[in-house]
Design a protein. Structure first.
Length: 347
C-alpha cells in the first residue's frame, strides 16, 4: 500500500512538507482508540532470537531509526508501533534553532537517496525534556547531541555538556555528533585533539552521576584510514561505548541523477543507497581493526533486509534506517527483522 499509494501522494509534496504531513497524520491517527494496537499488530515482529544486550541496554531487535526523523522528540512512541527497538531523537542542541534556509531537503528518486542541509533545526533541550516527561518512552531512546550553530568551536564542549547534563535522566544513551556536514566548520571538532576534549569532558560528567549512560560517537563516511585510526584511538582512550557508522556524505560519486540537478541542489549531506558500500566498508574496517571489541551501529544505505544483514556481517551489532524508511515504507522494519531471524543473523 505504501509504495503504490501513500508514497506517490507524499512525493507530490516537497520532502520537508511531506515529513510534516506524516508527523501530523501519525498524531491524529494514534489519537483514535485502538489504532496503536492495529499498527503494532501489523508492523511489529517479535522473536526472542532477535533480542540482545548492547552497551548494557536490552534491545528487542537490532533495528532502529536514525537521528533526523524525530528532531523534536515528539514522535518516538508513534514510531515505536512500526517495530523499531530504538529511536534516536535530535540532533538536539542547547538552544532552539531554525536551521538553514529552505529548501534544504531534496529527493534523488533515481538513486533512492536524499540530500539534506537541515542545519540541526530543533526546539532545544527544554522542549525535548518537556516531551520526554509528557510521553514516557515505550522503547529505547538515544539522544543525538550537537552544538548550536552560533557557538564557536572553541566553546563547543560546553554545548555538548549542557545537552548531556540536562537530558541524561530522560534518555537511554547519547550520540555525540561532530560529523554532520551541514554545520559550518563542525568537522573540525572531529580532529583528534578537539574530539578527545569533548569526549573526555562528557565521560567525566558521566562518571559523576549515579546512573551513567552509554556514549557513542557518530562518524563521517568521508574519513580516510588515518582519520579512522585516530578516531578509534580516541574512542579507546576515552572509554566511550561505541561508534555509529556512518553519517551522511559530501560525495556525489556514482549517482544516476542528472548532474545539472545535483549542481542545482548544491551543498548538503547525501544519504541513502549510494552510501551503502562506503558505510559497510568503514564498519568492516573498524570491526577488523578493533577485533570486534567496539560495538558498532551500522547506518547508511539500508533499503532491504539483505542490506541490513550485510552491515551485520561486516561487524555491526545494531543497524538503523532513515532514507530506506522513506523510500521503502514502514514495513521495512518487519521485513528486516523477519529476514534476520530466519537467517540466524548473530552467527
Amino acid at each position: 500500500m505504501y509504495k503504490y499509494f501513500t508514497k506517490k501522494i507524499l512525493f507530490c509534496f516537497s520532502p520537508e512538507l511531506a515529513h510534516s504531513i506524516v508527523s501530523c497524520a501519525l498524531k491524529c491517527f494514534f489519537a483514535i482508540p485502538g489504532v496503536k494496537a492495529v499498527f503494532k499488530k501489523f508492523y511489529c515482529y517479535e522473536n526472542k532470537n532477535l533480542r540482545q544486550q548492547v552497551f548494557g541496554l536490552n534491545f528487542s531487535n537490532p533495528v532502529g531509526l536514525a537521528a533526523g526523523f524525530d528532531k523534536k522528540a515528539d514522535l518516538y512512541n508513534h514510531l515505536a508501533k512500526f517495530g523499531f527497538s530504538h529511536i534516536e531523537i535530535g540532533t538536539v542542541t542547547p538552544k532552539p534553532q531554525t536551521g538553514n534556509p529552505k529548501p534544504r531537503l531534496f529527493r534523488l528518486k533515481r538513486d533512492k537517496a536524499l540530500i539534506n542541509r537541515m542545519g540541526f533545526n530543533n526546539k532545544g533541550i527544554e522542549k525535548a525534556i518537556k516531551n520526554l516527561k509528557k510521553n514516557k518512552p515505550e522503547l529505547i531512546i538515544g539522544c543525538n547531541i550537537g552544538k548550536n550553530t552560533n557557538t564557536p568551536n572553541e566553546e563547543a564542549v560546553s554545548d555538548y555538556l549542557e545537552c548531556f547534563n540536562a537530558l541524561h535522566s530522560y534518555v537511554d544513551y547519547f550520540v555525540v555528533n561532530v560529523s554532520c556536514p551541514n554545520i559550518t566548520n563542525l568537522k573540525h571538532l572531529a580532529d583528534k585533539e578537539s574530539l578527545t576534549n569533548i569526549l573526555m569532558s562528557i565521560q567525566k560528567a558521566n562518571k559523576a552521576i549515579s546512573q551513567s549512560r552509554p556514549v557513542l560517537l557518530k562518524i563521517s563516511p568521508d574519513l580516510n584510514e588515518k582519520q579512522i585510526d585516530d578516531t578509534i584511538e580516541v574512542v579507546q582512550k576515552t572509554g566511550i561505548d561505541g561508534i555509529i557508522a556512518t553519517n551522511t556524505t559530501t560525495s556525489r560519486d556514482n549517482l544516476s541523477t542528472d548532474d545539472k540537478q545535483i549542481k542545482k541542489i548544491g551543498n548538503g549531506g547525501l544519504s541513502g543507497l549510494p552510501l551503502k558500500q562506503k558505510s559497510t566498508e568503514i564498519i568492516a574496517y573498524i570491526a577488523n581493526k578493533t577485533q570486534g571489541k567496539i560495538p558498532i551501529i551500522g547506518v547508511g544505505g539500508i533499503q532491504s533486509p539483505e542490506d541490513a544483514l550485510e552491515k551485520i556481517k561486516a561487524g555491526a551489532t545494531l543497524v538503523q534506517v532513515y532514507t530506506g524508511f522513506i523510500y521503502e515504507g514502514p514495513s521495512i522494519v518487519k521485513k528486516i527483522n523477519k529476514y534476520l531471524a530466519k537467517n540466524n543473523y548473530k552467527n
